[in-house]
Design a protein around this ligand. Structure first.
Ligand code: MG
Ligand code: ZN
Length: 218
């Protein structure tokens, strides 16, 4: 697997626009190819276990049940996956930018042959209160990924475990679903009725339901 790190360089024109604000993009596809259908997934609590003390090392990565099945199922149904993740541990000074990208590459590598379904990770490294424009619930990273990857919002969706994920997806015009395998299992489900969104047990259940939603005839 080739992994290109695009840290706000000219290689990544849309991201270059954001160079003063600085979200990180790591691409996994051998070449960036337009993918009309994109499953935007939050990372922690959706495909790997959420940790309240942050994922700070590769050894902290624990793939959740049904996540591998979900990723390969999405690939078989024509989706590319873009991870959209807030990693405030970087902004809080407990994780370096290079380490957070290494951990992210390690997450994708856990998916074996299904890792090819992953297109990229968009990552906000800022702490809350840093007034960046990328941290979810801002839709910025999703909106830029939609443009860069040629995703069609009406054929794409977002799955997250926190209300901030759902809000970001909703503001980017995507169908959304919350999984109960992470933070949604506790308090965040309370606010879900503010959005056109439902809760699912895990990422596989959410992916199947949202696929049915975006492919149903209008
Ligand atoms: Mg999460
Ligand atoms: Zn940010």
């Amino acid at each position: 697997m080739s992994s290109k790190i695009c840290l706000l360089t000219n290689a990544c024109p849309v991201v270059a626009l954001m160079s003063r604000k600085g979200y990180l993009v790591q691409t996994y596809a051998r070449r960036v190819h337009p993918s009309m259908q994109v499953a935007f997934l939050d990372r922690d609590g959706v495909i790997i276990k959420n940790r309240s003390d942050y994922v700070l090392d590769e050894s902290d990565v624990e793939v959740l049940p049904h996540a591998v099945e979900a990723v390969s199922w999405l690939g078989r149904n024509g989706y590319g996956i873009i991870l959209v993740t807030n990693q405030s541990a970087v902004g809080r000074g407990v994780l370096t930018r290079s380490k957070v990208l290494d951990i992210d590459a390690h997450v994708v590598a856990q998916f074996g042959p299904a890792r090819d379904v992953f297109l990229a990770t968009y990552l906000c490294p800022h702490a809350p209160g840093a007034r960046c424009i990328c941290r979810k619930p801002m839709p910025t990273m999703i909106e830029h990924a939609i443009i860069t990857f040629g995703a069609q919002p009406t054929k794409s969706f977002l799955i997250g475990d926190a209300l901030t994920d759902i809000e970001a997806g909703d503001r980017a015009g995507l169908a959304t679903g919350m999984v109960l395998s992470g933070r949604g299992g506790t308090s965040d489900i309370q606010g879900l009725d503010r959005f056109r969104s439902k809760a699912y047990s895990d990422v596989f259940a959410a992916a199947k339901a949202l696929h049915a939603t975006v492919t149903e005839p209008r």
